[in-house]
Design a protein around this ligand. Structure first.
Ligand code: NAD
Ligand code: UDP
Length: 312
């Protein structure tokens, strides 16, 4: 099997490359290194079954492959909002280019979609048939709407051109190899705590998310791409169902570090979703997937990673 991973030098992409190589795939990682880093894949660079191509997915590329994982897109709000037009282009033109490639070489393609397609949801938990509550012109729109169009393109290439698609709606995921300056909450809190800084809580800290450890997420998307049912082209939520507030995360981190952590309030960003929790019945029934790593365990492993990473 030859497998393409766009965004292969990023947080999730680099873990996916590791796992695919361990499973015996030949892997080509495409990345423009916007938020990803060669450091995430340095250990793979001299393996003959691995190839890295510095490439921006908004431009077409001619390659061959059996499977494509389309992960290229900045995922952290500070990064995707720094150049919103580019973010839309990455989701729309990038997905279009990868679908064109999939069509030409008859590859199966999995799109890394997101819980953000549900926006600031008004139904809890979010099932895949919920259409969402998304602001089309807010600061998060470039990401949310870009990913929604990417799903539309996937679905229409499937209907019109019979491209073999999978759509994973990924919920908040964390773990080793998140960038130090990534800006998402778990990496921010850990880095701030390890540096002895106050933890930045946006708003009153009562907003919730469900956090899945990276190894579980990778297992989920690998099971989804391998799934062969008649309903395989439908989106599937992949994420933890344990809802936590930001203040609860500070507490869990304090327990791991064995000290009380100080916090500092910052304004809540505009359109920041109040609550988020997936209904994962579909993942459970179709691909027999559920997370295995507890939040505390995942957090401990991520803290260990950052202890070393912040010294580098
Ligand atoms: P990340 O920022 O670490 O990885 C994204 C990778 O894509 C980076 O290596 C970046 O350099 C690359 N990239 C960005 N724009 C590109 C372009 N135009 N051309 C080529 N490469 C480009 O983020 P991540 O957390 O690893 O997210 C990976 C994918 O999963 C993204 O599509 C993201 O939307 C999706 N996702 C992640 C989460 C999460 O919690 N981690 C949740 C939902 C969805
Ligand atoms: N957040 C926070 N402090 C930070 C970074 C984020 O309180 O230093 C909050 C943010 O407002 C949001 C939640 O943490 O409510 C998750 O943010 P993240 O950027 O990790 O993911 P997303 O909002 O995309 O789910």
């Amino acid at each position: 099997m030859r497998t393409l991973v766009t965004g292969g030098a990023g947080f999730l992409g680099s873990h996916l490359c590791d796992r695919l190589l361990a499973d015996g795939h030949e892997v080509i990682a495409l990345d423009n290194l916007f938020t990803g880093s060669k450091r995430n894949i340095t250990h793979l660079l001299n393996r003959p079954e691995f190839e890295f191509i510095r490439h921006d997915v908004v431009n077409p590329i001619m390659l061959e492959g059996d499977w494509i994982f389309n992960l290229a897109c900045p995922a952290s709000p500070i990064h995707y909002q720094s150049n919103p037009v580019k973010t839309v282009k990455t989701s729309v033109m990038g997905t279009l280019n990868m679908l064109g490639l999939a069509k030409r070489v008859k590859a199966r393609i999995l799109q890394a979609s997101t819980s953000e397609v549900y926006g600031d949801p008004q139904e809890h938990p979010q099932q895949e048939n919920y259409w969402g509550h998304v602001n089309p012109i807010g600061p998060r729109s470039c990401y949310d709407e870009g990913k929604r169009v990417a799903e539309t393109l996937m679905s229409d290439y499937h209907l019109q051109n019979k491209v073999d698609i999978r759509i994973a709606r990924i919920f908040n995921t964390f773990g080793p190899r998140m960038a130090i300056g990534d800006g998402r909450v778990i990496s921010n809190f850990i880095v701030q705590a390890l540096r002895g800084e106050k933890l930045t809580i946006y708003g009153d800290g009562s907003q919730t998310r469900c956090f899945c450890f990276v190894d579980d997420l990778i297992e989920g998307i690998l099971s989804l791409i391998a799934y062969e049912g008649d309903d395989a082209s439908e989106p599937v939520n992949i994420g933890s169902t344990e809802e936590r507030s930001m203040l609860e995360i500070v507490e869990s981190l304090g327990e791991i570090l064995g000290r009380r952590l100080e916090i500092e309030s910052r304004p809540l960003p505009q359109n920041d979703p109040v609550r988020r929790r997936p209904d994962t019945t579909r993942a459970c029934q179709r691909i027999a997937w559920q997370p295995r790593v507890s939040f505390a365990d995942g957090l401990r492993r991520t803290v260990d990673y950052f202890r070393t990473a912040i010294k580098m």
